[in-house]
Structures are given as structure tokens and as C-alpha cells.
Design a protein around this ligand. Structure first.
Ligand SMILES: [Zn+2]
Length: 504
């Protein structure tokens, strides 16, 4: 199957059309308002990201003007055809010699079932709760291509010596969401000048071919600065060969009947080293200096904290300064600052424990008009909300663990992790408040919304604190600890509240 010419893109017409499969040219050259339509949000995000990568390398807009044109109106079939011409053989899943993102003749002791390619279907203890059984038993070639791309780009490695994606274990992907699929796709394609900003080595690596056409050598050491855009966007860290069988059957992912389905694959690990970090345009990076050495990595979900807690990293650029870490939003989000007014940020990723996926996350966060010139306000708002989380957490930590009094003797705490329980409640109860504040804030005059949000979170902190300590009210041994922890809360809350005239 050729991804450039055949109908593999699972979509439905907005607002409520029936699911169908369309070709890339229908998506890009016609004016239909589509949305992706797959049973899993991570597969939809992967399909979007793969389409973005294809448009990025095949139809790179020469400047922001051309990009804006593409965002607004469909491209002509002539432009589409001439763009695709040099790539006809590169995007064929079943090419006899150079199959898309695969290697022919992979030697493996045994076949691997397709569900291993669908991130998180097996392996994690909770996977049977979040996935329907048999979801990946056999995949049509379109879904197989999406799963192959997702496994290589966004999921942890297969483990046991297999290499992971260019962004590391399980990176968070942040893309810009438009009104419909074609617009969303172009909103995430970098224009040529932005590519050069992000990849200063772009000109020298422009003609580079992907790894399935020009394979890496075993044991090769590759500096990230030698990896071109196309090669990096479609990086395949393992040796994989999809195996398909003929015969009409419905795909266990999208449900469409196909004549040819991938029902197993071969995989083999492959050793190489990449030095430095490749600046993938779809992920935010954080940097800090450790022992005099700058360390940089892509943002991932490492805790149960909701995505908004990391929002500053996703949209606010900050240099490393002494104590604070540096942060760099994804290149596509940075580009969007000059292109769109309000931002709908599409955030997705997995939380993993080595090779197994514990959780998958997918969220859309809306930032009101004016965000792009005032990203500092986002930093402030998120920082304020985190401040209230920490105030509660610190106070209840004291209540849980006790403290040392002035004489240095230990005063006992409740001995139960009430602070952890309260933190989860805080996240659950504040999500709407924080997201509504981001969506409604007047970036030119943020004070009223910040004040209102602060007041709601302050009251919530007090409520959650009192609920947490209530069961211990009659315990004489905890009287002092409770008083001290309540004081801790009061002190931290006071520090968070802006001082007003007449207040002490
Ligand atoms: Zn399918």
C-alpha cells in the first residue's frame, strides 16, 4: 500500500459524518472539513502526527506567507503531484525492497503478535481495562502504518536492549489543534525559515534519505546534528518487518474490511549511538545544568499530575538562569505564536515504567486570544495554581510526618500519607478552575482572573486540609502537630495572596 496514493486516512466529515477512508490528495486538495476517526485517542494523535510529518517533508512551505495560504485554502492537484513525485517509492508499506519504516528479511526467532506494535495494549497490568480485547489481532495496512510510526516515535522501546525513539522513553507530543484536519495539519508544519532556525544543519541534510532506504550501520555513532528533518521525523529505532496475509477481514482497530491485513511482525534489535538530542519539532524540551554540564531532555509524563501542571513548559520559552531550569516549547508551538490568535494545544503521551505503559494521556488545553505575546502570564497562572498545591502538600506533610520542636525533640505525626491523598483530590477538584481560567483570562489584564482563581484555590486548600485532619481531631497526641501544620498552611497561603492595602 502506498500512503501517498491510496485511501488509508480514517476520517469522518464534520460535524457528524460516517467514518470513511480518504487519500492524502483528497485531504489536502479538497475543501472537506474532516476529523480523524479511530477508536483510540493515541492512534488518532499518531495518525495526525504522521500526516504532519509527511506534509512537512513533501510540501515544505517556503515561508510563513505560503504556510498561511495552505492553512486557509486547499492546494492544487498540480502542486500535490509535483510534490509527491520524488517520494513515490518511499511511502509504500509493502515495497519489495524498501518497505516504509521497515527492513526486509528481519531475522527473528519467532513472530511477534500485532498487539505488541499498538502501544500499551499488552504489558501493563491495567491494559485489559483500558483496551478492548483483540484490538490489535490484525490491522489493515493503514492502521499498521500508524501503529508502526507511533511505536517508533512516541512509545517506549520494546525493552531488552531495543533502542527507543529519538526523543527518549515516552515523550509528550504537543501539537496545535485547528478547526478541522487539513487546517490542523498545516498549523503543525514548519515553514522553511523556521526549519533552519530549529535545524541549522538543514541545508546539508536536505537530500538525506530515510533509514529504510539508507540504513544505519551497526554500531554507528551519529551526532544529532547530522540527522536531517525527514530522517529524524521518520526515525525507526528497531528493525521491524510487518507480515501480512490476504483474505477479506475487518481490521481490529478501525473496523474497515480490508483485503490484506498485517497479523504479525518480525523484530530485531539494532545497536547504534546518537550523541546529543535531536530537536524534534513536536515536543517541548527542558534543560538544566548539573555539575557544570548542560543536560537537555524532552518533557514526559512522570507522575499522575495533570497536563496543566506542565503547561508552562509547553508554551513558555525560558533560558536557564542559575536556579531555574530552561524550557523550550515545541518548534510548532513557537511558530504558532506568530500565526494564530487563540491556541488549542493538543497534548498526548504515555506514562511508562521502562518498556511497559502505565497510562496514556490525551488532552486539549485552550488558551485565550492574546496568549502568544504574554506567555509569561501562563507561567504565572500555572505557577500560582502549583503554589496552592504545594501549600496544602507542605502543611499536610508536616501533619503526616510530624516535626522537630524548638528543643530538637521529635513530635509525632499521623503516620498516614494524607498529603498524597489530598494532592489527588486537589488535582481532581482544581482541573476545571485552572482550565477555565486559562481559557477566559484577559492576557492584557490578567489580575482579576488570577485573583479569582487564587481565592477559589485558597478556599479549596482550607477545605481539603480540614477534611484531611478531621478524623484525628480527638487524638490528644496530635494536637500540637495539627496546630503546627495548620500554621504552616496559613503561612504559605498568606505568601501566595497578593497583599492589599489595609491588610497586615
Ligand atoms: Zn484499520
Amino acid at each position: 500500500m502506498n500512503l501517498l496514493t491510496e485511501p488509508w486516512i480514517p476520517v469522518r466529515l464534520l460535524p457528524a459524518g460516517r467514518p470513511e477512508k480518504i487519500t492524502l490528495s483528497r485531504l489536502l486538495c479538497e475543501d472537506g472539513h474532516w476529523e480523524l476517526c479511530l477508536p483510540r485517542d493515541d492512534m488518532e494523535l499518531a495518525a495526525l502526527q504522521m500526516l504532519v510529518c509527511m506534509a512537512q517533508v513533501i510540501f515544505t512551505p517556503k515561508d510563513v506567507g505560503e504556510l498561511k495560504q495552505r492553512i486557509v485554502s486547499p492546494m492544487s492537484p498540480e502542486v500535490f503531484d509535483s510534490g509527491c513525485a520524488p517520494f513515490q517509492d518511499w511511502f509504500r508499506l509493502d515495497h519489495p525492497d524498501y518497505p516504509f519504516m521497515q527492513v526486509r528479511g528481519v531475522k527473528a526467532k519467532e513472530f511477534t503478535p500485532m498487539d505488541k506494535l499498538l502501544a500499551g495494549v499488552t504489558g501493563a497490568t491495567n491494559s485489559c481495562f483500558v483496551n478492548e480485547p483483540g484490538l490489535a489481532a490484525c490491522l489493515c495496512e493503514g492502521c499498521a502504518a500508524i501503529a508502526l510510526f507511533n511505536q517508533a516515535s512516541n512509545a517506549p522501546s520494546f525493552g531488552g536492549g531495543f533502542k527507543g525513539s529519538l526523543r527518549g522513553g515516552a515523550p509528550v507530543t504537543t501539537l496545535v489543534q485547528g478547526e478541522h484536519l487539513r487546517q490542523t495539519l498545516w498549523l503543525n508544519v514548519l515553514s522553511e525559515d523556521k526549519i533552519i532556525e530549529n535545524f541549522p544543519w538543514h541545508q546539508e541534510t536536505k537530500k538525506q534519505r530515510p533509514s529504510w532506504i539508507e540504513p544505519l550501520k551497526a554500531g554507528e555513532v551519529v551526532p544529532a546534528q547530522k540527522i536531517g528533518l525527514l530522517r529524524g521525523l521518520f526515525w525507526q529505532p528497531a528493525h521491524i518487518e510487518l507480515l501480512a496475509s490476504d483474505g477479506e477481514q475487518s481490521c481490529s482497530c478501525c473496523g474497515f474490511v480490508a483485503k490484506r491485513l498485517c497479523d504479525r511482525f518480525n523484530k530485531a534489535k539494532f545497536n547504534y549511538t546518537i550523541t546529543d538530542l535531536w530537536p524534534h519539532p513536536h515536543g517541548a524540551r527542558i534543560a538544566k545544568v548539573k555539575n557544570g554540564v548542560r543536560e537537555e531532555k524532552f518533557v514526559s509524563f512522570t507522575t499522575t499530575a495533570p497536563a496543566w501542571t506542565q503547561l508552562s513548559r509547553f508554551v513558555v520559552q525560558r533560558q536557564i538562569d542559575g536556579r531555574n531550569e530552561g524550557q523550550e516549547p515545541s518548534a510548532v508551538v513557537r511558530q504558532a505564536q506568530g500565526v494564530i490568535k487563540s491556541l488549542r494545544l493538543n497534548i498526548g503521551g504515555y506514562r511508562n515504567n521502562q518498556a511497559s505503559i502505565i497510562e496514556r494521556r490525551h488532552e486539549i488545553i485552550f488558551l485565550n486570544d492574546g496568549w502568544s505575546s504574554k506567555t509569561g502570564v501562563v507561567h504565572e497562572l500555572v505557577g500560582l495554581a502549583i503554589g496552592y498545591r504545594d501549600a496544602l502538600n507542605k502543611a499536610l506533610f508536616v501533619f503526616s510526618n510530624g516535626f522537630k520542636d524548638a528543643k530538637g525533640s521529635k513530635v509525632k505525626g499521623a503516620g498516614v500519607s494524607v498529603h498524597e491523598v489530598a494532592k489527588e483530590q486537589f488535582y481532581r477538584r482544581t482541573e476545571d478552575t485552572v482550565l477555565d481560567s486559562l481559557a477566559s483570562i484577559d492576557f492584557a489584564n490578567p489580575a482579576p482572573v488570577l485573583l479569582a482563581m487564587g481565592e477559589r484555590l485558597r478556599l479549596l486548600d482550607i477545605e481539603l486540609f480540614e477534611n484531611s485532619v478531621r478524623p484525628y481531631l480527638n487524638d490528644p497526641e496530635l494536637v500540637r502537630t495539627m496546630a503546627i501544620s495548620r500554621n504552616t498552611l496559613r503561612k504559605h497561603l498568606k505568601a501566595l495572596k497578593p497583599q492589599q492595602d489595609g491588610e497586615e
